[in-house]
Design a binder for this molecule. Sequence first.
Ligand code: GLP
Length: 240
Amino acid sequence: MRVIVCENAQEVAKEAAKIFAAQVYMKPNSVLGLATGSTPVGMYKILADMNKNGEISFKDCKSFNLDEYYPLAPTHDQSYRYFMNVNFFDHIDIDKANTRVPDGLAEDPAAMGAEYDAAIDAAGGVDIQVLGIGQNGHIAFNEPDEKLVAGTHLTSLTESTINANARFFEKKEDVPTQAVTMGMASIMKAKTIILLATGKAKHDAVKELLDDKITTSNPATLLKLHPNTIIIADKDAYNG
Ligand code: GLP
């Protein structure tokens, strides 16, 4: 695992954008694994500017997002589909038909999950996966648990995650208690993974990511088994 420590969140965004843009520059038809949350927003902004300036193009890329609240319509302003449109897709030249987010309204989430994983494989697998990290070490919506799930699946959110994400909703009761998420194997299959972490609230989770232990009680620690993961953290997340 390579670790890049940056002065602040803006520097994290710049470093992440450099690595992401290099991937798309080297392989214009890259398969992109994308994340929501506030952390990657700065990186998306830089990439959108690079796209506008003609430095990189996403027109031949495909993308797969990590997760979606359940049940939630893609048109809902707190859905991750809506988030991706507003924060990234609306500002770049990607063909939206080639962008996928797990279906938050799937009647049969298990079938949807299997189809989603098959679609990623059929596209050739994710070339670069962007990840944030939850305060409890969750990645996508793989919450700490005794057992983690391999493929894309329906899951329940922990109290910690509901509390952390309540800031985006009018009131805590509005936060969905379930989500559909790529599983650990779906994520670990990505060829390159960049995990972005900013702010003191992420320090405990990041600290465990940097020791030599692996535990399902901090799902991000499984990334230590991945051959090409880059952690990009600001000083607050790194030092606490
Ligand atoms: C959500 C998402 C995760 C994200 C996490 C952290 O729970 N499912 O993919 O990493 O939030 O979000 P933030 O970057 O806003 O701290």
